[in-house]
Design a protein around this ligand. Structure first.
Ligand code: NAD
Ligand code: UD1
Length: 334
């Protein structure tokens, strides 16, 4: 079976390519390298001792995409833009690269009669919690343009499936992916100052930044800092393989991929400190605009439907993240 992976050179895509190759799939990566480098794919091949095909292209380039789709059986669609803050400043660019690009992909897939798709959604579609843990039945409403693009795409996929029930679509709502492959060869490679907590902590630990800014310690949580459901990226990648098996049945289903456990910012700092064997200096700052106090998943539907559950704990996430950071102090640059 041949799988086309859009955005396959990125953080989650590269880890998923490793799992796909190890499971014996043929993999075609389609990426414009706007937020990645071909180096990650070289390393995927190094880890697996297997080859994948790479096409440097934009999802909006339907002619090239259709040519690339020839001979493929299914698509995993990671490509897109993902920074919440940037989406507030550049909403049109986010609608273009997320909503419009996905529309192009769907039109191309329909033309090529390929109707199996896994889409990367996000827990951000649940917005402020009405109840916790988030089940897939939680109302959908989001608080930022990035989240809005994910919601629009989800609706587009549900509409498409109603119009043609032979499509088989898995919408995966990721919680907070962190960590790296245990080889230390691939991991998250943020450009500039990291927005997310774990890569920021890793850069403090390696000495690239002075101290972690903790955004608020007056939330109604166990220690006052924000609580999230952190998930090892390798567990997340394996969730995509389980979802591929499920695509044998035509349907359109949204599934949470999380651990079901919430950890505070201070829990993460302490776990990372244990993993790297150093104190991690931190300072308490005011809350970050738009942040939610606490959210975590109910992962039971993923278990029931896909037979998937996360295996790795917070300590393993930090150990693997630290190994990648030590082996690649400046990301893939060196
Ligand atoms: P990433 O930026 O590392 O990977 C995205 C990849 O897509 C990059 O390689 C980039 O070059 C490529 N790309 C972007 N626009 C493209 C286009 N128009 N044509 C072709 N390639 C294009 O991001 P990631 O963290 O691996 O996230 C993958 C997906 O998962 C995204 O859709 C993101 O919104 C979603 N997601 C990520 C997180 C997270 O925390 N990382 C959480 C929830 C959902
Ligand atoms: C962010 C995105 C979300 C996306 C997710 C992917 C926002 C508002 N939301 O979520 O849409 O799906 O990333 O992982 O950006 N924190 C600090 N200091 C930092 C960075 C973060 O204290 O330097 C805190 C935050 O306040 C939060 C927690 O750490 O409580 C996690 O933050 P982050 O890693 O940015 O993830 P989310 O906010 O959950």
């Amino acid at each position: 079976m041949t799988v086309l992976v859009t955005g396959g050179a990125g953080y989650i895509g590269s880890h998923t390519c490793v799992e796909l190759l190890n499971a014996g799939f043929d993999v075609v990566v389609y990426d414009n390298f706007s937020n990645s480098t071909p180096e990650s794919l070289k390393r995927v091949m190094q880890i697996t001792s297997k080859k994948l095909s790479t096409v440097c292209g934009d999802v909006r380039d339907k002619a090239l995409l259709e040519k690339t789709l020839e001979g493929c059986d299914a698509v995993i669609h990671f490509a897109g833009s993902k920074a919440v803050g940037e989406s507030v400043e550049k909403p049109l660019e986010y609608y273009e690269n997320n909503v419009y690009a996905t529309l192009c992909l769907l039109q191309s897939m329909r033309r090529m009669n390929i109707k199996k798709l896994i889409f990367s959604s996000s827990a951000t579609v649940y917005g402020n919690p009405e109840f916790l843990p988030f089940t897939e039945a939680h109302p959908l409403r989001t608080t930022n343009p990035y989240g809005q693009t994910k919601l629009v795409i989800e609706e587009m996929l549900r509409n498409l499936h109603v119009s043609d029930p032979t499509w088989s679509i898995a919408i995966l709502r990721y919680f907070n992916p962190v960590g790296a492959h245990e080889s230390g060869l691939i991991g998250e490679n943020p450009q500039g100052i990291p927005n997310n907590l774990m890569p920021y902590i890793a850069q403090v630990a390696i000495g690239r930044r002075q101290c972690v800014n903790v955004f608020g310690n007056d939330y109604p949580t166990k220690d006052g800092t924000g609580v999230r459901d952190y998930l090892h990226v390798v567990d997340l990648a394996s969730g995509h393989l389980k979802a591929l098996a499920f695509l044998d049945r035509p349907q359109c289903t949204a599934v949470n991929l999380g651990t079901g456990k919430g950890y505070s910012v201070l829990d993460v700092i302490h776990a990372f400190s244990k993993a790297c064997g150093k104190e991690i200096p931190y300072a308490i700052l005011p809350r970050r605009a738009g942040d939610i106090a606490e959210f975590y998943s109910d992962p039971s539907f993923a278990k029931e439907l896909l037979g998937w559950a996360a295996k790795y704990d917070l300590d393993k996430m930090c150990e693997d993240m630290w190994r990648f950071q030590c082996q690649n102090p400046k990301g893939y640059e060196e």
